[in-house]
Ligand binder design. Structure first.
Ligand SMILES: Cc1cc2nc3c(=O)[nH]c(=O)nc-3n(C[C@H](O)[C@H](O)[C@H](O)COP(=O)(O)OP(=O)(O)OC[C@H]3O[C@@H](n4cnc5c(N)ncnc54)[C@H](O)[C@@H]3O)c2cc1C
Length: 366
């Protein structure tokens, strides 16, 4: 006889869940947290394919940011002003929710300020002319005055955003896992979901099938593997961290080239990442790995533009997988009677991930 579950297992571990969530990133875990707070008696599980979260939430740059003016102006070429304003407000409020829920210390938050960095006066002029209107937007949207101001760092023109900061994504996710576990939510690591049927039957690779009253897909850049019709495309992001520098002049979080390149300090180390726009098609993948052309570009940027010369080395490098919706607005919706989705964080998940989880949890009724 082949292996089958016991009567006891069926009556305990394998009892049907009220809610099963696929993916233990910031969205999946936040959805579980808010759902369980609202429904304390509910039986909730989060199924994660990795031994750790294995997507973007522990592999990002840790920018707690609302986005640079250059990024918003680029988005405005494709989207309405109303959408961009909604996004800025969502990012700001999402960060407040994250800090309030987990605590600034627990997530390693540092209020260091954000800078949009320009290599030339010409690039700068196009954006700096918009400072006044963006400051007006900020007053209107979030009641904060004089958010942006122009300045200079190491001879380069910059626009400072006084509201932005940096956090430690590993600590943030550890704190979230702790909070979720304390509520009695069952996180199952190393449990890759193979398929989820319309009737709520969840099949786990090399594992048992679980029954769930409701299922939420929170697998962001990988969700297409489970729901092929969903309009969310994967996008790989590359990051590297240097060894400690004697006197690193770059302190804070920095955005460059419409947000495509980003860098920050971690103590006396420099973290730099992005530049996926150099090979957008090649980077539209859910496979981890690096692109030598992008890496070479970032290395050159560190040595030449950021003037670290050739006295530095890479201590860590990695990639993470994001999920982009066609409009950069996440998809949070009910798919059918039992299945729901919250995905397509479009590279902004530190800022909006917890709020997206909270919205997802409120559309699922016990
Ligand atoms: C390099 C990089 C830098 C970034 N920098 C920033 C930044 O500075 N600021 C910012 O706001 N955002 C940043 N982001 C974006 C941010 O990290 C993401 O938007 C956010 O983490 C998405 O969260 P998520 O929970 O939706 O997805 P994820 O964190 O990817 O979580 C999805 C989870 O689902 C799991 N999963 C997938 N398929 C299955 C399956 N079949 N069965 C079980 N589990 C499955 C994955 O293993 C993963 O753990 C960055 C992203 C990257 C990659």
């Amino acid at each position: 006889m082949s292996y089958s579950s016991s009567f006891w297992e069926e009556d305990s571990f394998l009892k049907p869940y009220d809610l099963a969530i696929v993916g233990a990133g910031i969205v999946g875990l936040s959805s579980a947290l808010f759902y369980k707070q609202k429904n304390p008696s509910a039986r909730v599980t989060v199924l994660e394919r990795g031994f750790l979260p294995k997507g973007a939430s522990t592999r990002n740059a840790g920018f707690a940011c609302v986005g640079s003016i250059g990024e918003h102006l680029a988005d405005m070429k494709k989207e309405s002003e109303k959408n961009i304003k909604r996004r800025i407000k969502r990012r700001y409020e999402g960060l407040q929710l994250l800090k309030k829920t987990l605590g600034e210390e627990a997530i390693g938050y540092e209020h260091c300020g954000g800078f949009e960095f320009f290599r030339s006066e010409k690039e700068f002029e196009e954006v700096v002319s918009q400072i006044d209107s963006f400051n007006d937007w900020m007053s209107e949207l979030i009641n904060e005055d004089e958010v942006y101001s122009k300045g200079e760092l190491q001879g380069y023109p910059v626009i400072r955003n006084r509201l932005e900061g940096a956090l430690h994504p590993g600590k943030m996710m550890e704190a979230l896992v702790r909070k979720v576990s304390e509520l009695g939510i069952d996180i199952k690591w190393s449990s890759p979901v193979q398929s989820v049927a319309e009737n709520g039957l969840v099949n786990i690779e090399n594992g048992p099938s679980l029954r769930a009253g409701k299922v939420l897909f929170a697998a962001n850049g990988f969700v297409k593997r489970l729901l092929s019709d969903i309009e969310i495309n994967p996008a790989r992001g590359f990051v590297m961290v240097t060894d400690e520098q004697e006197s690193l002049p770059w302190k804070g979080i920095f955005h460059h080239d419409r947000g495509y390149i980003y860098f920050r300090n971690i103590g006396d180390r420099l973290l730099i990442g992005g530049a996926r726009n150099l090979d957008k098609d090649g980077e539209q993948t859910d496979q981890f790995g690096n692109n030598e052309m992008i890496k070479a570009h970032l290395k050159d940027f560190v040595s030449q533009t950021l003037m670290l010369g050739n006295t530095w080395e890479i201590d860590n490098e990695w990639s993470g997988i994001m999920g982009f919706s066609s409009t950069k607005t996440p998809i949070i919706k009910q798919l059918d009677q039992k299945r729901f989705i919250a995905a397509g964080l479009s590279g902004m998940g530190i800022a909006i991930g917890m709020e997206v989880g909270r919205s997802a949890s409120s559309m699922i009724v016990l």
